[in-house]
Design a protein around this ligand. Structure first.
Ligand SMILES: [Fe+2]
Length: 128
């Protein structure tokens, strides 16, 4: 089992020292806070806020996944250079249909050099 890097487990002081490294490897789930049951909606998974991640032959983001609690909903795979061989914020838009109950979404990302990273949770309320 690989080590998973999670934002919540990293100390505040460490976060400040390693700010660029952490930022460029952290996936984010971006979507609405609430959605109607059965409605299709967009969920964006995006790497980093401030610092772009490299897209080099031996160092790039190879996988983004979207999870609802313990269930894998969707994933996107990338090859080196597909993002122009330039540092960038890898992102993907997934379109999913809201289930009957509220969701707790999270994202996982794989960097080919720095391993597996997990986003913070994003709660999405499902309404009638
Ligand atoms: Fe990396």
């Amino acid at each position: 089992m690989p080590r998973v890097f999670k934002a919540i487990e990293i100390e505040k002081e460490e976060k400040e020292i390693m700010r660029d490294y952490l930022d460029r490897h952290m996936p984010h789930v971006i979507c609405t806070d609430s959605v109607k049951r059965g409605e299709k909606f967009k969920v964006k998974v995006r790497m980093g806020e401030e610092y772009p991640h490299p897209d080099e032959d031996d160092h790039y983001i190879s996988l983004l996944q979207l999870w609802n609690r313990e269930t894998l909903l969707a994933e996107a795979r990338y090859t080196a250079g597909v993002n122009g061989h330039r540092p960038n914020h890898v992102e993907v838009d997934f379109f999913i249909v809201a289930p009957d109950v509220s969701m707790n979404l999270s994202a996982m990302a794989v960097c080919t050099k720095h391993g597996l990273w997990q986003s913070e949770d994003k709660a999405v309320k499902v309404t009638d």
